[in-house]
Every structure is written in C-alpha cells, then in structure tokens.
Design a protein around this ligand. Structure first.
Ligand SMILES: Cc1cc2nc3c(=O)[nH]c(=O)nc-3n(C[C@H](O)[C@H](O)[C@H](O)COP(=O)(O)OP(=O)(O)OC[C@H]3O[C@@H](n4cnc5c(N)ncnc54)[C@H](O)[C@@H]3O)c2cc1C
Length: 397
C-alpha cells in the first residue's frame, strides 16, 4: 500500500491513526483538518467553559504526536473536493493525488432550526474550541444565558455556565429532558435536581425568534411567550458533514449521513467513512463510543481490505452534570408489550433507576444518581443473566 488520506482530525481520525500504525508502521498518512488546533476531545470543551482547564490544556495531542507517528498533519487546510476516480484530495492550497485509501472522518456540525434572528450578535453554537472560547468570552459580559435545547449538550453547557458564575436557563420545545437518554420519570427528577442547583428549566417552549436589534436580548416562543437573556446558545442536535461526499457522488442515506456498508466502506471502493458522519443500517449515532469502534474497524479494512466487520454499538451514555451521575444503556424506553420495566424512584434523594427486561433478561435501563447501579445494569445486560430471583433486589449495590 502506498498512501492514505484522512479527512478530519477529531477522535475518529486519531483513533484510526493509532490503529493503522499498530498494523503498519510505514504507510504514509496525510491528515487534513479545517481547524487550526491539533487534536482535542470535544467533551473537554465543557471543562474549559466551566473554568477547570485553560485553552492549552484542552489540546490532547500536539503536533509532536503526529510527527512521532510519522503522520503529515495539514492544519487549517479544509478539503474542498475529492475525486474518487484518481483518489485525489483538493484543498484550498493544493491538489494531492493518488491515495490508495481515503477515510472520511469529517464529523458533524450543529443543527440550527429555522429560528428568526440567529445571525444576531451573542447567538452561539458549540462544536469547536473556537466556539467554546467565544462562549467563554461572552458569558463574562452577560446576565442570563439562554440555552435552546434540553439534550446532553444543552444540560452540560448549562451546568458549566452555572459553575462559571452564570445564570443559565434551558428551554426545550418538548416535555422531556435528554429525550435520547431518559424517560419522563427520570427527566422529572433530573429537572428538580437541576433547579435545586440554580439551573432554570422551561419545557414546552418552542422558540421561533431571537429578539434584539443587532444583539440578542431574549427569545420568543411560537405562542408569543418571552424569555429575556443576553446570550443565546443553540444546542438542538447535529447533522453529519456530507458536502464533499455528496459532491464526489458518494451515496448519502435517508438520515442525511454518508452511507457505509459492514466494512465501513462508502459507495465508492477504497473510500471509507467512520464516526459522526456515517449512516450504518439506517442509524446515525453522533457519540464517541461509535466513533472509537468505527474508526478501528475502518482502519483495519483500510490496511487489510475486508478484514473487519462492524456489527453496531450498544448505545450507552454516561454523563455527570454538576455532580449528578446519569447513565442510560440499551433499550430504556420500550414501546412494545414484550418488554417489562422495573422502576425505583426517590424524588427526595433525586434518584431514579429503571431496568427494562425481555424474557427476564435485562436489555436496557437508566441509573440517575448512582454510578454503582449503572455498573450493575451494564453487567446484567452484558452477562444476559436471568433476573427472576433478583427482581426485588435488582438495584441493590
Ligand atoms: C461540547 C461537546 C461535548 C460532547 N460530549 C460528548 C460526550 O460526553 N460523550 C459522547 O459520546 N459524545 C460527546 N460529544 C460528541 C462527540 O464529540 C462526537 O461524537 C465526536 O467528536 C465525533 O468524532 P468525529 O471525529 O467523528 O467528528 P468530529 O469530532 O466532528 O471531527 C471531525 C473534524 O473534521 C473536520 N472537518 C469537517 N469537514 C472537513 C473538511 N472538508 N476538511 C477538513 N476537515 C474537515 C471538522 O472541523 C472536525 O474538526 C460531544 C460533543 C461536543 C461538541
């Protein structure tokens, strides 16, 4: 094999680099990033906004890491096009030709819903280190921070801003916080706990306008309700980066991400994709465990064609919001009667545990407020233990 190009420099790219180097110490690798910073893990942006680390400490691998691995890192060099026939990569600076394999690790970008006024000053999104620096700077000068979106990112951001001395309010158009991780019962308990530590939460508020002339001064709902604030952060999900794949004629799935097969190869032979930008069997994930697994599988196939198969990832989310441990794993909110749920909630303590079973075997669950319960749930799922004898004690740890 002669040379490999990796597009993007997030966790998918660095994981693929490690795996490729484990299998092949020699093959030349070029990595292209449109960002100016070397590798940093995105969850660390929350620690940065919270004030736990400075900008330098966010960077996990500096340029030496790439040099030591014999990788050519092209920072601030966005790829504009790829030409599948010649396996060429075109950037604003140069045309690089003749790659044997290309890995698309281009990730995703924040999805901004159609809200009037998102172009105003003091309206932000959070994806990159530069976004985080802008938010950090803006929080210093503001009174109340409005966060649109009650998903993981919205809640984590609110907790970080709260810790950094801000006064955040999370607004969501639906009635459940973290809808991808929690059911209604767990969401209610989380909401109470957040309010106790100074994070306001407003549910059922569908924002359709950002107020203010040039600078944001608040938001307005579709019913005309208003919330005042000096900073608006939009955290309403992500979309895969697909432009260069589309332009190159690669197939895009119904979930608007780059279609890959079981080897993580795109519709074009020799061009692979992994991480946030892919759609596999109709699923687009957008989480780190998937980025890690798909990067390793793609890297194996890049070095030895057809050597590894991706079989999916059991989604598991663990987060810590202002000291609250929260894990949801597997199927936690079933809609079908073939599943049974065992729930234990304590609103005084602020804990909520749920185990979802099928044929007396745990297939998913939620643990809010206790890491040990989360650990136990994971073990029960992994070992496929029949829990008939432990129904009353299932959450004992
Ligand atoms: C603040 C924050 C906190 C998070 N916390 C968690 C968490 O706790 N747990 C979890 O599981 N997930 C979390 N996530 C999501 C997680 O970060 C992503 O799943 C992960 O970053 C995906 O990695 P990736 O390498 O596929 O894509 P990305 O990290 O998006 O990296 C892709 C890179 O490619 C670059 N790129 C795109 N197009 C081009 C181009 N044309 N040319 C050159 N470069 C290009 C992008 O700028 C980017 O640098 C968080 C995300 C954010 C923003």
């Amino acid at each position: 094999m002669k040379k490999i190009a990796i597009l993007g420099n997030g966790v998918t790219a660095v994981t693929a680099i490690r795996e490729i180097r484990r299998l092949d110490e020699e093959v030349p690798i070029d990595v292209f990033s449109d960002e100016k910073h070397a590798y940093y893990p995105r969850p660390k942006l929350i620690n940065y906004i919270r004030g736990d680390v400075d900008e330098k400490q966010v960077i996990q691998y500096d340029t030496d890491w790439y040099e030591n691995k014999g990788v050519n890192l092209h920072l601030s060099e966005a790829v504009h096009d790829i030409i599948p026939a010649s396996r060429s990569v075109l950037t604003q600076k140069e045309t690089y030709i003749g790659y044997d394999r290309i890995l698309m690790a281009v990730g995703s970008h924040p999805f901004v819903p159609p809200i009037h006024g998102t172009e105003k000053k003091n309206v932000h999104v959070l994806r990159t280190l530069d976004d985080a620096s802008d938010i950090k700077e803006a929080v210093k000068g503001t009174g109340r921070e409005i966060i649109i979106g009650g998903g993981i990112l919205g809640i984590e951001l609110a907790a970080a801003i709260n810790k950094d001395g801000g006064e955040p309010i999370v607004i969501s158009n639906i009635g459940t916080l973290l809808p991808d991780q929690l059911d209604q019962g767990a969401s209610n308990i989380l909401m109470t706990r957040l309010q106790k530590i100074g994070i306001s939460v407003l549910m059922g508020f569908s924002c359709n306008q950002i107020q203010g002339h040039e600078v944001a001064t608040g938001v307005v709902s579709d019913k005309g309700d208003k919330v005042k604030g000096d900073l608006v952060i939009i955290a309403t999900g992500i979309r895969a980066n697909t432009k260069i794949a589309k332009d190159a004629g690669l197939e895009i799935g119904p979930g608007r991400a780059i279609l890959v097969d079981k080897h993580l190869q795109t519709s074009e032979r020799g061009i692979y994709a992994a991480g946030d930008c892919i759609e596999w069997e109709g699923i687009c994930w957008g989480i780190i465990p998937v980025a890690l697994e798909t990067a390793k599988i793609a890297a194996k196939n890049i070095v030895n064609e057809g050597s590894a198969v991706y079989e999916g990832t059991t989604p598991s989310n663990t987060l810590q919001v202002a000291g609250i441990d929260l894990t949801s794993v597997g199927l936690f909110n079933p809609r079908s009667t073939e599943y049974e749920s065992i729930v234990m909630a304590d609103s005084e303590e602020g804990t909520y545990y749920k185990a979802v079973t099928k044929d007396h075997v745990v297939v998913g669950g939620i643990a809010l407020g206790n890491k040990k319960v989360a650990f136990k749930l994971r073990k029960l799922i992994r070992d496929k233990i029949n829990i008939t004898d432990q129904r009353r004690t299932i959450f004992d740890v």
